[in-house]
Design a protein around this ligand. Structure first.
Ligand code: TMP
Length: 212
């Protein structure tokens, strides 16, 4: 051990449109940090394994209908039900690579026409990420990638609107990654950014809360 037993883990969030490559990059980052000896887990939202997550999954696959506000709050509740575990993991030194977080929650619901401040409200008090990496891809290009799987939000016009809301939400601390580059180039960029973040959290960067 390095003697840094009180060093906390980093909360790293990947955001982007559907088919922007978040899931494959999460897996690559996970194995990279693992190979360097860091304690790390890969998480995703929605977490479809919980009771709330099952309702979300049923909605996304068009097996159930829900009012837009209701599904928004379920997505948020799905993050709240994982919050204490998230904090415990980070405090015990485990870094988390999280595929989608509150920004997906706000961008997707706002794109449906819900008020952006109303969308942010239930996210207040969740842990703030130490790093947000946005995989930037034109909606048209994302749509060309192996096709959408047919879930509720996987439609070009809707994704275009989501992209606008992501842009509104983004702040200068976000790392914007060109997701049109070859997978390996994207991976290389992300590895460097992630490692910097993990190191700064180890050194005592404080854990903060949304909304920032
Ligand atoms: P996934 O494909 O990453 O599992 O996400 C499922 C869909 O849910 C995706 O289209 C984005 C959307 N979504 C929301 O609308 N709100 C949220 O809070 C999250 C996490 C995802």
């Amino acid at each position: 051990s390095t003697g840094q037993s009180d060093a906390r883990g980093a909360l790293i969030v990947l955001e982007g449109l559907d088919r922007s490559g978040k899931t494959s990059q999460s897996a690559r980052l996970l194995s990279h940090l693992n190979s360097l000896g860091y304690a790390v887990e890969s998480w995703r939202f929605p977490d479809r394994d919980t009771a709330v997550g099952k309702m979300i999954s049923s909605y996304l696959t068009n097996q159930s209908q829900l009012d837009d506000h209701t599904i928004h709050l379920l997505f948020s509740a799905n993050r709240w039900e994982k919050r204490s575990l998230m904090e415990a993991k980070l405090k015990s030194g485990t870094s988390l690579i999280v595929d989608r977080y509150s920004y997906s929650g706000v961008a997707f619901s706002s794109a449906k026409g819900l008020d952006i401040e109303w969308c942010k409200a239930p996210e207040v008090g969740l842990l703030a990420p130490d790093l947000v990496m946005y995989l930037n891809i034109p909606p048209e290009k994302a749509a060309e990638r192996g096709g959408y799987g047919g879930e509720r939000y996987e439609q070009l016009e809707f994704q275009k609107s989501v992209a606008k809301y992501y842009e509104m939400l983004s702040d200068p601390s976000w790392k914007i990654i060109d997701a049109c580059l070859p997978l390996e180039d994207v991976e290389k960029q992300m590895k460097e950014i992630v490692l910097d973040c993990v190191v700064s959290c180890q050194k005592g960067k404080p854990l903060t809360h949304l909304w920032l």
